[in-house]
Design a protein around this ligand. Structure first.
Ligand SMILES: C[S@@+](CC[C@H](N)C(=O)[O-])C[C@H]1O[C@@H](n2cnc3c(N)ncnc32)[C@H](O)[C@@H]1O
Length: 278
């Protein structure tokens, strides 16, 4: 298929992607989406966009649904993305580490929309630098989730290209990564024992877990207001009272209904329960 999607075809794919993922493709992304779909058309030997959509919606081709989702998501990420965020996180962790409750319960952190795990890895590096090996006896668990199954495989492998480390100071690269080849760096295996990766759609609740801190960065840019509100409500459900949600640098919660208290740009807190009076 040489040409881009027509406006009508674009709308059909837009609606299908939105239903599956909450992602809203704006009309100006028609060329990008066409390009991404062309690869799936070729892989599935379909002659037209319409034929591919029919193929995708056929229950017999259920395996293609994940391939489709993987092809329409954008996974851009790297270690130490937005240094200001990491300075804030470090100060937060420093305070939390002093609390007896943290000694009892540990620190539970969710990298929602984890992509290949660069954010989860940065969390562990920052905590290791702050608290030392073994995190000073504090139990640390980092959960990384994403909707894209193939990027999660990369996260589990923990092998990164130089691009992912371009913003990482050389001494940190030296300490926390093993050079496997010219272009391959393996993340510290011991630290990686504290991270797990699982497939999860942010449009659905994450059940059975609670977290003290949620990184929800650079994913809501792809969502419209109803999808953002849905995700924020799910995040609220799993945060402990006083817990933090951090959004991306370019993301705003203006005009979005949400239950959090604003602390600083990108940083919001789940309110503590109001103490009963009298
Ligand atoms: C641009 S990356 C952001 C990675 C990282 N949080 C960061 O800030 O560097 C966005 C990620 O969100 C994931 N994503 C998009 N829609 C999602 C959804 N509905 N549920 C879970 N993950 C989603 C994509 O697969 C992609 O890996």
């Amino acid at each position: 298929m040489e040409r881009d999607l027509t406006a009508v075809e674009f709308q059909r794919f837009h609606d299908h992607i939105y239903t599956l993922t909450g992602i809203h493709y704006p009309p100006e992304k028609i060329a990008l989406l066409s390009n991404r779909l062309r690869r799936r058309l070729r892989a599935c030997k379909q002659q037209s966009y319409d034929a591919y959509l029919t193929f995708l919606q056929n229950r017999q081709n259920a395996g293609e649904v994940q391939e489709f989702i993987d092809s329409v998501t954008t996974n851009e990420t790297y270690f130490f993305r937005c240094q200001r965020h990491w300075d804030w996180f470090k100060a937060w962790a420093q305070d939390r580490a002093k609390e007896p409750e943290t000694r009892r319960n540990g620190l539970r952190i969710w990298s929602a929309a984890a992509s290949c795990g660069a954010e989860a890895g940065t969390i562990l590096i920052v905590l290791d630098q702050l608290l030392g090996r073994g995190f000073g006896g504090i139990r640390v668990e980092v959960l990384g989730t994403d909707l894209n199954a193939s990027i999660l495989e990369e996260a589990r492998e923990g092998i990164y290209r130089p691009y992912a480390l371009a913003q990482t100071p050389p001494d940190i690269v030296k300490k926390y990564f093993k050079k496997l080849g010219e272009d391959q760096f393996e993340f510290d295996r011991e630290l990686a024992r504290h991270e797990t990766f699982a497939r999860h759609n942010l449009m659905e609740p994450l059940r059975g877990r609670t977290f003290d801190f949620v990184f929800l960065r650079n994913v809501m840019i792809y969502f419209d207001a109803p999808s953002k509100e849905r995700v924020l409500s799910h995040v609220h459900d799993i945060l402990t009272p006083g817990g933090i949600v951090m959004v991306g640098e370019s993301e705003s919660l203006m005009n979005i209904k949400h239950p959090f208290t604003y602390l600083k740009p990108s940083i919001f807190q789940k309110p503590l329960p109001v103490k009963a009076r009298g």
